[in-house]
Design a protein around this ligand. Structure first.
Ligand SMILES: NC(=O)c1ccc[n+]([C@@H]2O[C@H](COP(=O)([O-])OP(=O)(O)OC[C@H]3O[C@@H](n4cnc5c(N)ncnc54)[C@H](OP(=O)(O)O)[C@@H]3O)[C@@H](O)[C@H]2O)c1
Length: 371
């Protein structure tokens, strides 16, 4: 296990630094024990301006003093060569080419965009669930022409997938495979970026459609919860094929600013299924590897289990542990499947920026990034 020695600082870059996720990176990194924001990138609309002038800052804390006067750069790797880590909050329309060029320039990229989530050699890592999928990175580097020594891409999950897979992995570790899962999401408007959904569409309303979201949850869950299998020295994601998992998601947008609420019903392969009390205990006890690896941004409680019948609620619970864990409540018997519950996750923190930050901490902790 590698640690960051003494008070050594690690320079990081942020792409898409002016957006919803990019701003959250900047806000979270202000108090980070070793990451220091060194370079910022955004579109040609913002490049050349100081961060304070080029950003429509929407966070609840002021722009960090060390970032205010940094000049926003075009998203070109030459401006980021000193960065050991590059966090990307880029719009998916442009993330694919830009992130590939950063990888090719031997930079370590932690992406929030969907562009590489389905790539056979890119890990889709929710840090509280599957950091062991980093093991595919040497294969990703080797496939590049010429083979890379340091560059790679790691992606985060879609924000609504992240909230689901954290309780699901805890349940699978405790009780074995889940074979069916039905999810309904109540997703916050910040999930669509800024300015996002027009106010006249979302006030006094629920929108029962988010383009591409249901497919993302149904597919990404399998990649994240499935094994990274190795056959004849080659790694491949087995997509939960050992026990086929059927996932059905219905996604809605609701007039909440931050925090995705999701109702979940699961059926276990094992019979008899665990009781609600056993499920509560397993969720509360879940201890992800990033905690024992000493990742400083890992939440103390990966899953906080509420006993109160009217929790979790986005307004009350989304910033618990700086939005780094998830909150589960209303664990009860499901008359159709086995168990049902409600989960709340902060879509901008553990659903986006915090996941990337913990992934980068884990990559340093395991020696994937040498500092
Ligand atoms: N919001 C969430 O809760 C959430 C959660 C998980 C994942 N994500 C994903 O994270 C990514 C960012 O989402 P967001 O909500 O932060 O979006 P956003 O608020 O719209 O921000 C997009 C960022 O991309 C930059 N950008 C746009 N076009 C560009 C170009 N041609 N070249 C360089 N930079 C460009 C923008 O810079 P300018 O300001 O200069 O235009 C801005 O910094 C998306 O892929 C999204 O799907 C979002």
């Amino acid at each position: 296990m590698y640690a960051v020695p003494g008070d050594k600082k690690v320079k990081v870059g942020v792409l898409g630094a002016t957006g919803t996720v990019g701003q959250r990176f900047i806000a979270l990194l202000e108090t980070h024990p070793y990451f220091v924001v060194h370079a910022l990138g955004a579109s040609a609309r913002s490049a050349g301006k100081s961060y304070a002038l080029g950003t429509n800052w929407k966070q609840t804390t002021p722009i960090p003093a060390g970032v205010r006067d940094l000049v926003i750069r075009p998203c070109n790797p030459e401006h980021f060569q000193e960065c050991a880590v590059v966090f990307s909050g880029l719009d998916a329309d442009v993330a694919g080419d830009i992130e590939a060029s950063f990888r090719a320039a031997e930079l370590a990229v932690f992406s929030n965009a969907k562009s590489y989530r389905r790539d056979l050699n890119v890990p889709l890592v929710v840090p509280l669930v599957n950091p062991h999928h980093f093991n595919i990175i040497p294969q990703q580097r080797a496939l590049h022409s010429p083979p890379l020594q340091k560059g790679f891409i790691v992606t985060n999950a879609n924000c609504s997938t992240t909230g689901i897979v954290i309780p699901l992995v805890a349940l699978e570790r405790a009780f074995g495979p889940i074979e069916s899962c039905i999810i309904t999401t109540l997703q916050a408007i910040s999930g669509a970026g800024y300015p996002g959904v027009p106010s006249l569409d979302i006030f006094d309303n629920v929108v029962p459609y988010i383009s591409g979201e249901e497919e993302k949850i149904e597919w990404e869950t399998l990649k994240i919860l499935g094994e990274l299998a190795q056959t004849d020295g080659e790694f491949a994601f087995e997509m939960h094929a050992h026990t086929p998992l059927r996932v059905s998601a219905s996604c809605t947008r609701v007039p909440v600013i931050e925090g995705h609420t999701e109702t979940v019903s699961v059926r276990f392969a094992r019979r008899p299924a665990p009781s609600p009390q056993q499920v509560r205990e397993a969720l509360a006890a879940y201890a992800p590897a990033v905690q024992s690896a000493g990742c400083p941004s890992a939440p103390r409680h990966a899953i906080w289990v509420h006993e109160e019948p009217d929790r979790p609620q986005p307004r009350l619970d989304r910033m618990f542990q700086q939005g780094a864990g998830v909150s589960v409540g209303r664990v009860r018997q499901c008359p159709v499947l086995d168990i049902k519950f409600v989960v709340l996750s902060n879509n901008v923190n553990i659903g986006a920026a915090t996941s990337s930050i913990i992934n980068a901490e884990m990559a340093i902790s395991t020696g994937l990034i040498a500092v």
